[in-house]
Ligand binder design. Structure first.
Ligand SMILES: NC(=O)C1=CN([C@@H]2O[C@H](COP(=O)(O)OP(=O)(O)OC[C@H]3O[C@@H](n4cnc5c(N)ncnc54)[C@H](OP(=O)(O)O)[C@@H]3O)[C@@H](O)[C@H]2O)C=CC1
Ligand SMILES: O=C(O)[C@@H]1CCC=N1
Length: 289
């Protein structure tokens, strides 16, 4: 590992893959990255790209300045306990797990070294990171040095935008909006394609039209001085086709449905935190410090 920025991903699945895809050749070279993942096929995919891999926690972790925990919340405690012996006092730890609060994570990280306070940042990225079009919400625990905040921001900015929140609970809202959000957009794209086909287009035509519409409208909204509401009005001729469609959306309370769906995601994040706390195992003293 040669770069001053060396990153370990603990968990090399979908989200690590999205972030790695954006980081490689950009902020980091393959040899600057370590992926710890028990999956043979997962590791083989990263080996093929020149990334250093390990099936289990190993000494190489202690050389990585930044650790990114990218495992499912249900296995987070186990993953932390296995890796914790290699944690250094100045390691910057980033968790991308939905729901898991920093109090729980800090408890697991610092259990074997009560005098240590791990530098911990919790964040919520999204899968467009794969094409460097992601957006990530970040929350830093008190005491994280400014240089580490900047380092986390640099990492996440290399795969898209980064937005800091002051209150940790806001990360559940970020999860409900941009973390899970790509799935809502994909569902909308799927629905537009199905609608186009049912109205007589073929699959390829419907898909091209749907994708270009989403892309064009998003870029227009992102680059415009006008609000999304104003841009919607610009499309909507009185008594025209768009008004007919929007009236039908309103009858089904589309906005209310989106709000309720996001509330469900937000509530599920809080519930996952409770489940993880309830399922937490008694301390395993695997720390070497
Ligand atoms: N997917 C998304 O869009 C987003 C996900 N997140 C968060 O990212 C985290 C990861 O999600 P995602 O990438 O989708 O999940 P994946 O299941 O795709 O990836 C997790 C990886 O971790 C591996 N793993 C399991 N146990 C361990 C362990 N003890 N040590 C190291 N690796 C382990 C898994 O292997 P195996 O499959 O063999 O168990 C798997 O390869 C979650 O906490 C999620 O909340 C955040 C933002 C967006
Ligand atoms: O569905 C999940 O729980 C994760 C968090 C945000 C996106 N995927």
């Amino acid at each position: 590992m040669k770069n001053s920025l060396t990153i370990a991903f603990i968990g090399g699945g979908n989200m690590a893959g999205a972030m790695l895809g954006g980081l490689l050749g950009n902020l980091c070279q393959p040899q600057d990255i370590l992926v710890v993942d028990p999956g043979e096929a997962t590791r083989a995919a990263w080996d093929a790209r020149g990334v250093v891999t390990a099936a289990v926690a190993c000494e190489a972790l202690s050389q990585c300045k930044v650790w990114i925990y990218a495992v499912k919340p249900q296995v987070m405690q186990q993953a932390i306990e296995a890796t914790r012996p290699f944690l250094q006092d100045d390691t910057l730890v980033i968790s991308i797990a939905a729901g898991l609060p920093t109090t729980l994570l800090s408890g697991w990280l610092d259990q074997a070294a009560p005098t240590r306070t791990t530098r911990l940042i919790r964040c919520m990225p999204n899968t467009p990171a794969l094409i460097r079009q992601g957006i990530t919400g970040l929350y830093a625990t008190p005491g994280v040095p400014a240089a580490d905040r900047q380092r986390a921001q640099d990492i996440l900015s290399s795969v898209g935008e980064a937005v800091w929140v002051d209150q940790e609970t806001q990360l559940d809202a970020v999860t409900a909006l941009s973390g899970s959000g790509p799935a809502y957009v994909f569902l909308f794209i799927e629905s537009l394609i199905a609608g186009g086909i049912s109205l007589g287009l073929d699959q390829e035509q419907a898909q091209r039209l749907a994708l270009a519409t989403l892309k064009g409208a998003s870029l227009l909204a992102a680059g415009s001085d006008q609000s999304p509401a104003r841009l919607r009005e610009n499309v909507t001729s009185p008594g025209g086709t768009t008004a007919a469609a929007l009236n039908r959306f309103a009858q089904g309370d589309f906005a209310g449905l989106v709000q309720a769906a996001m509330q469900a995601a937000n509530d599920r994040a809080a519930q996952m935190a409770q489940e993880s706390a309830a399922a937490a195992q008694p301390a395993q003293d695997s720390g070497k410090k």
